[in-house]
Each structure stands twice: as structure tokens, then as C-alpha cells.
Design a protein. Structure first.
Length: 318
């Protein structure tokens, strides 16, 4: 069975810098912290830059009558969004356009009157969106659907997580329970195989048995299988990135170590190797689908509005 965990990555990093296990310069905790730094500062921007829908998650927030402000999902990369739509009980989605703050203020002069009452959508303010106008979301049967790029979890050691060995309803038998966990701990469940997606975030523990090694979750997510990992919320013992990027993450981490050791010549060679690895990875990361051509839809254009072909707004585009 392939080991995708930080245990294997630690060994990979040490091989790249010929770092013996019996050394006091970098602890395993230090190396995992380096990995997390490189994951957040190098890997995430690189994958985000290709815009190929990696890490895109969907969450629906019920519209509350007369409430305009709705929090952006906190796990989103730089608290950002991929797309916001309105969705009804039949799961039909309607465009909910992003507005500039200038759009929601009415202006008037006798030559070009403009009324904000014709504007529909939302603005962004810090950590939330503001729906506009209020009447556009007064129907409480609708929800707001947030699509966002979920930030990969910070890395942790396998000792700080629990791998599932048996599943019995909401009770999970694991290979060990971290000593710091209590029923007040919130956890994520991370898929143990590629692409290491989260099965569920911020889950509540209702019971722990350190003798039987069982964890009972209040509301377990669907799809959990033996081999998945239960982790403290926001952490993972597996990098949530494509497997082909694992060597790149290890190399970036090794570079930090060599810089810290003032190992000049090997460091220069490693930087050149890292640059080549990045170039090769960009070719792998995009396009994700090499067989299909992406369709361009000219929403709001002349043909899309039905003025020529008789289609309604939002119909088939070109």
C-alpha cells in the first residue's frame, strides 16, 4: 500500500539533503512546519494560477427572510469565492452577479437617468456578501450556493491524527487517538486516497473511548471508508494536492533546509532543479481535460438574450 502521509514525505526530504535520522538540526515537527509553509506559499498559488477547478467545494446557505449579509465560507483560499448562485428547492441555479459598490447607488441627471432598482446581485464586504436589493431574496425557499476553492489543510504528523480501521455507523475504530483529543475537539475526515479530499469539515465528537480506540461522531459524513483519516479541524497527515506534486513539495522543503544549513553549492543546484520541476508541473496541471474543448458562453450578449434566435436570457450560448 502506498504511503501518502507526512511520514513518507519526511523520508523524502531527508533523502534529498542526505539528512540522517540521528540529527538535532531539524526535528520532524520543524520539517512538517516547513512543508506547511511551502504548501501555503508555493504550492497553493501555483495550483490556483492554472484555474482548473482544483479544490472547488460547494456549500448551500439557506436564505433568511430580510437578511442581506451572508458569511463567505471560512475555508476558502484568501477568503475568496469561485462562483455565487441562487438555487431553488429543485436544485435549479440562477445567476447571482457580483456588483461593484458603485452599482448599488442610484444616480440621476436629465440626460441619463439611472435607477439602482434595476440592479440585481451582491457586493462583497470583508468576510461576507451583501445581497442587493433586499426584495430579490425575500423568498425563503431559495438558498445561496457558494462555490469556493477550499484551502488545503495544514500538515500534521500521523501521530496527531487517527486512521480509520473499522466503521460501524457513526462509530469509527481507529489505529490510535491523540492524547490531546476530547469531546470538545472538532475534526475533519480526509480521504486516504487521491485526491485526498475532505469528506467532512468541523465535525463534532460525541464520544471517545481510548481503550477501545473508538470515536463517535454526532453527524458523520457520507462516503467515509476504512483508510480515511480523522484529524483535528484544519489539519491533515496527507498533503491535499495532486500526487505528482509530492516530489516538488519535498524539494521545496529540502531547499529551506539547505538554506538554513548554508549549504551553498547544493542549494544552487536544488534551486535550478526546483525551477525545472515547476515548469514540468505546469504542463501537467493544465488542461485537466485534454480531450474536450471548453465551451464559451456569451451570457448577456445579443444572441444569449434571445433577441435574434428567440431564446430566453441565459439560454444556450456560443
Amino acid at each position: 500500500m502506498i504511503d501518502y502521509t507526512t511520514d513518507a514525505l519526511l523520508a523524502n526530504v531527508k533523502r534529498r539533503i542526505t539528512l540522517p535520522d540521528a540529527q538535532n538540526l531539524f526535528s520532524s515537527t520543524d520539517l512538517i512546519a516547513f512543508m506547511t509553509d511551502e504548501l501555503e506559499s508555493t504550492i497553493v498559488p501555483l495550483i490556483h494560477s492554472v484555474q482548473q477547478e482544483y479544490w472547488v467545494y460547494v456549500t448551500d446557505v439557506k436564505i433568511i427572510q430580510n437578511q442581506n449579509n451572508y458569511l463567505i465560507p471560512v475555508r476558502g483560499i484568501v477568503n475568496g469565492l469561485r462562483l455565487v448562485t441562487l438555487v431553488d428547492n429543485a436544485n435549479n441555479e440562477t445567476q447571482f452577479p457580483l456588483l461593484r459598490p458603485e452599482n448599488i447607488a442610484s444616480t440621476y441627471n436629465w440626460m441619463s437617468p439611472y435607477s439602482a432598482s434595476t440592479v440585481y446581485g451582491f457586493t462583497m464586504e470583508d468576510d461576507h456578501i451583501v445581497a442587493f436589493p433586499s426584495l430579490s431574496i425575500i423568498n425563503p425557499t431559495n438558498s445561496i450556493r457558494f462555490r469556493f476553492e477550499r484551502t488545503p489543510s495544514q500538515l500534521c504528523s500521523t501521530a496527531d491524527a487517527a486512521q480509520i480501521t473499522v466503521i460501524n455507523g457513526s462509530v469509527f475504530t481507529v489505529n490510535g487517538i491523540p492524547t490531546t483529543w476530547t469531546t470538545a475537539t472538532t475534526v475533519d475526515i480526509i480521504k486516504g486516497t487521491p485526491a485526498f479530499a475532505s469528506r467532512g469539515d468541523d465535525l463534532a465528537i460525541s464520544a471517545l473511548d481510548t481503550n477501545l480506540l473508538t470515536i463517535t461522531l454526532s453527524t458523520p459524513p457520507s462516503g467515509v471508508v476504512v483508510g480515511d483519516w480523522i484529524c483535528s479541524a484544519g489539519t491533515s497527515p496527507i498533503p491535499q494536492i495532486p500526487v505528482q506534486m509530492f516530489p516538488y513539495l519535498a524539494q521545496c522543503t529540502a531547499n529551506l533546509c539547505m538554506a538554513g544549513m548554508a549549504d551553498t553549492e547544493p542549494y544552487k543546484d536544488a534551486i535550478a532543479k526546483t525551477a525545472q520541476m515547476k515548469e514540468d508541473l505546469l504542463k501537467l496541471l493544465q488542461p485537466r481535460d485534454i480531450g474536450n474543448v471548453q465551451t464559451v458562453v456569451n451570457r448577456g450578449g445579443f444572441f444569449d438574450a434571445g433577441q435574434f434566435w428567440g431564446w430566453g436570457a441565459g439560454g444556450t450560448g456560443f
